[in-house]
Design a protein around this ligand. Structure first.
Ligand code: PLP
Length: 409
């Protein structure tokens, strides 16, 4: 039942001997596989943007840059991270529901490719800061709802984008003040049906074609994505072949219109990075309380953040390094001093012993950045990178205990 999902081709206990736990191991081969897989699924005439929010790790950003991806950033922090890593500004798009003054001025100063605008206020803020030619895409919140995504961001009432019927009036109102030359849509994250992603893409193409006369020059279409990653053995993943064929057919049928559009973007975070990392933890204690068994690990809510909500439901995230003959119901917890630090509730779990290793898989996206790692004075785990030869290097030191209760006071 608890198969090793992460087969890096190297010896995890050996790595742990050197770097100790809790430890995040990134697998470059896995990351490369995902980049190739997604790039070869999307139409050749489109470009892929990496959503930095999934994981801003500089090593990941550098690898994606080498693969020729562009970058979608959603804050001044993410913008500075990619600028610092020498990502060409012509491959950076700035999004986010409302951009800070700092983000706007840094985006302008660095001549990034484009701003994805999400409200009239957002647009006005950019207009009042801009004294130069820049590219603006308007994010549409469509009227139709594609109910299948797990994290809906469009087709519903939300803080994201501009309701479909307000998009054209907004463009008319401001098109003499600023160069609005793109449209963007991000309907949600975790779509598992290829048809839904194809429908979203098709909607944006149709909308753009219908309203093309509203733009002096329509240069950008950003279709978003939301490419789903299966998170348990019971869940079937996104059918990439179906997606590839569907998108290719769609692009072919709209070729005449799309050929005139310079940039045709898709965005992805999770699909690219989720499977590339595993969190290795040690069993610190095994105890029984009022008839229930507890396995306490040296990782928990402080490293897994909101992923814990998924983990409780989806046991296949978790695996072990060794094979075990015996299983019994157990509650897996972290070691922080809060009753909400539950990693997995009463499923059968291998009869591990104190000191054994437990692996939390798929932690390459929305884990490190969505975790309160200093909670309770705990620290961030060390991170190592396994390159394509299996060579291991330390890429991030373990957090310091001295600053774990905050610094700068
Ligand atoms: C605007 C935007 N683009 C891209 C993404 C990345 O989504 P995913 O990680 O599902 O690919 C998100 C996620 O919230 C987003 O809000």
């Amino acid at each position: 039942m608890y198969k090793l999902q992460f087969k890096p081709g190297f010896n995890i206990p050996e790595i742990v001997n050197k770097f100790s736990t809790p430890l995040i191991i990134y697998n470059v081969s896995e990351l490369n596989n995902k980049i190739t897989e997604l790039q070869s699924t999307l139409p050749a005439e489109s470009q892929l943007l990496y959503s930095v929010k999934a994981n801003p790790n500089p090593f990941i950003i550098n690898l994606l840059n080498q693969a020729g991806l562009g970058f979608e950033v959603a804050s001044v922090g993410e913008l500075h991270q990619v600028i610092k890593l020498k990502i060409p500004p012509g491959r950076i798009v700035l999004g986010g529901p409302i951009k800070s003054k700092e983000a706007i001025s840094s985006g302008l100063k660095n001549h990034i490719l484009s701003f994805n605008v999400e409200s009239e206020q957002d647009l006005q803020n950019i207009i009042s800061a801009a004294n130069q030619h820049l590219n603006i895409s308007i994010r549409i919140n469509p009227d139709f709802s594609n109910q299948s995504s797990q994290l809906k961001m469009g087709g519903i009432s939300s803080q994201f984008g501009i309701d479909e019927n307000n998009v054209i009036p907004l463009i008319r109102k401001y098109r003499n003040d600023i160069n609005i030359n793109g449209l963007f849509m991000f309907a949600g994250s975790q779509f598992f049906e290829a048809e839904k992603i194809i429908q979203n893409t098709s909607f944006l193409i149709d909308f753009a074609e219908k309203h093309k006369e509203e733009f002096s020059q329509l240069d950008f279409l950003d279709f978003g994505g939301g490419f789903g990653v299966a998170e348990s053995s019971g869940q079937s993943g996104l059918n990439m072949n179906k997606l590839r064929i569907g998108l290719a057919d769609l692009f072919k049928s709209k070729k005449q219109f799309l050929d005139k559009i310079k940039y045709k973007f898709f965005e992805s975070g999770r699909y690219l990075t989720a499977a590339s990392a595993v969190l290795v933890s040690s069993v610190l204690d095994i105890k029984y309380s009022k008839g229930k068994k507890y396995i306490i690990l040296d990782t928990g809510i402080n490293h897994l953040g909101i992923r814990q909500l998924d983990l409780k439901r989806r046991k296949s995230y978790i695996s072990t390094v060794k094979e075990y003959d015996q299983y019994s119901p157990a509650i897996l917890t972290g070691a922080t001093c809060t009753p909400i630090d539950i990693i997995q509730s009463e499923n059968d779990f291998p009869d591990v012993a104190v000191g054994d290793l437990v692996l939390i898989n798929n932690v390459g996206a929305y884990t490190a950045t969505l975790s309160p790692y200093n909670f309770c004075g705990f620290t961030y785990p060390a991170e190592v990178l396994a390159d394509t030869n299996g060579d291991i290097s330390l890429i991030r030191e373990r957090g310091e205990v001295e600053t774990s209760c905050g610094s700068g006071y």
